[in-house]
Design a protein around this ligand. Structure first.
Ligand SMILES: [Zn+2]
Length: 425
């Protein structure tokens, strides 16, 4: 009999990093994965067995875009409540902190959370301390170039490589003095990520930086480097990834994907439209990473949690193993942590998520009150971080009428949308 602290048995183990997919057991000892048994050759003490019958057992999920800096930034949420308790073992903060405010993210959030917290460092030294366009404050974090200091950013990244996995920039008119500093901010963010040898995560919405390649101008995503991450991929506002006629993915975007740029959902409260998602996925343009962009305005809908954003991609026809890869092996590779995260391997820290796929018949809203019917959904039913089991909170109740109302109010501002405006009648 194999001596373990506990073994999760009888579930379908799916680990895209190693190609495992089948019924099996995972044994954990001293916080580490001790056994992976795919042919029932190992016996475990029944007293220490957790039944995973009917469930999917996967590497601890990684949410690659959240806003974790609660109480110090207007957008921050509690990651233990909204990530770990929703089946996510690793959250990656997407630029809530910059070089000046990063020490607090480590001391007050990362060190006090059970969820593992990693971070993209904002190119603006103050990060999202006053979050600009998405928190109701006028102005944006990169209105003045004094705050956009490449040297400080590189220094902070290189001194905190245990926690900082990349640089973040918001390439948007509303964050850059109405576009006046925009190209220079983007240039500096590219320089900082290149110099520090980490990927750049780019938020590119309502931007003066063009999607289509243009001679003598920085473009997005064409000027991103292989390994960089383009977040908010299915965003329906101007600067979306579709071609002029809004019917297909722009050829320069396809080229960027083929060059090795990761496309990430980053759902949030304004960055996911069903219409764009359908156009993209119909021609085979799937996201490489599924993430929530959870913050205080998206956590009660329309993003809810990682499982719900996975449900949306699954409803669009994304194969199950690709959905799982997009929250495990793919984000791990993007943040250069494939050596320790995103896979179930003997000797690694036991970060494990357990999900069920539930039949349902439910309406699910995007960020603009547009509804699609969902017939199957992911429900987190178990989570272990470093071998310790944590409680999973009840599933969020969607759709949320307030979130739909809020979305409908913003519907007119989108550039790609359904033929008719949604209504609540
Ligand atoms: Zn975000």
């Amino acid at each position: 009999m194999e001596q373990v602290d506990f073994a999760i048995c009888g579930g379908r183990i799916v680990d895209p990093a190693t190609g495992l997919d089948g019924r099996g057991s995972v044994g954990v000892r001293n916080g580490k994965i001790a056994v992976i048994d795919m042919d029932s050759s190992v016996t475990f003490d029944p007293q220490h067995v957790v039944s995973a019958d009917g469930y999917i057992v996967i590497p601890g999920m990684i949410d690659c875009h959240v806003h974790a800096y609660q109480h110090a930034t207007p957008l921050g949420i509690n990651i233990d409540e909204s990530c770990l308790a929703r089946g996510v073992t690793t959250a990656v903060d997407a630029g809530s902190a910059g070089a000046s405010t990063f020490p607090g993210l480590r001391k007050f959030i990362a060190e006090r959370s059970d969820t593992r917290l990693l971070a993209f460092l904002h190119i603006a030294s103050h990060g999202l301390a006053s979050a600009g366009c998405s928190a109701g404050a006028s102005g944006g974090e990169c209105d003045h170039l004094n705050q956009v200091d490449v040297t400080k950013c590189v220094q902070c990244v290189t001194q905190n490589t245990d926690m900082i996995v990349g640089v973040k920039v918001r390439v948007s008119q509303s964050c850059t003095d109405n576009g006046r500093t925009e190209e220079e901010v983007y240039r500096r963010a590219l320089a900082a990520s290149t110099e520090s040898g980490v990927p750049l995560m780019v938020h590119h919405t309502m931007s003066t930086v063009p999607v289509a390649k243009q001679e003598g101008k920085l473009c997005c995503p064409s000027d991103m480097k292989p390994g960089d991450i383009y977040t908010h991929a299915f965003m329906p506002h101007l600067s979306h990834i579709l071609d002029q006629d809004k019917k297909a993915v722009h050829p320069d975007v396809w080229e960027a994907k083929k060059r090795g740029i990761y496309f990430d959902i980053g759902h949030g409260a304004g960055s996911f439209g069903w219409t764009v998602a359908e156009i993209c996925t119909k021609e085979g343009f799937w996201p490489d990473i599924i993430s929530t962009d959870l913050h205080c305005e998206s956590v009660d809908g329309p993003a809810y949690d990682l499982a719900t954003v996975m449900t949306k991609m699954y409803a669009l026809g994304m194969p199950l193993n690709d959905v799982i890869a997009s929250v495990t092996s793919q984000p791990a590779a993007a943040i250069k942590r494939s050596n320790c995260l995103g896979s179930l391997q003997v000797g690694r820290e036991a970060d494990i998520s357990m999900l069920k796929i539930e039949e349902c018949d439910i309406d699910l809203e995007d960020c603009y009150g547009q509804i699609r019917k969902v017939k199957k959904r992911f429900i987190p039913v178990g989570v272990w971080r470093n071998g310790k089991r944590f409680d999973v909170s009840p599933h969020p109740n969607y759709p949320n009428i307030d979130s739909i109302k809020h979305g409908i109010n913003a519907w007119d501002s989108t550039d790609v949308r359904d033929a008719t405006k949604p209504s609540l009648s």
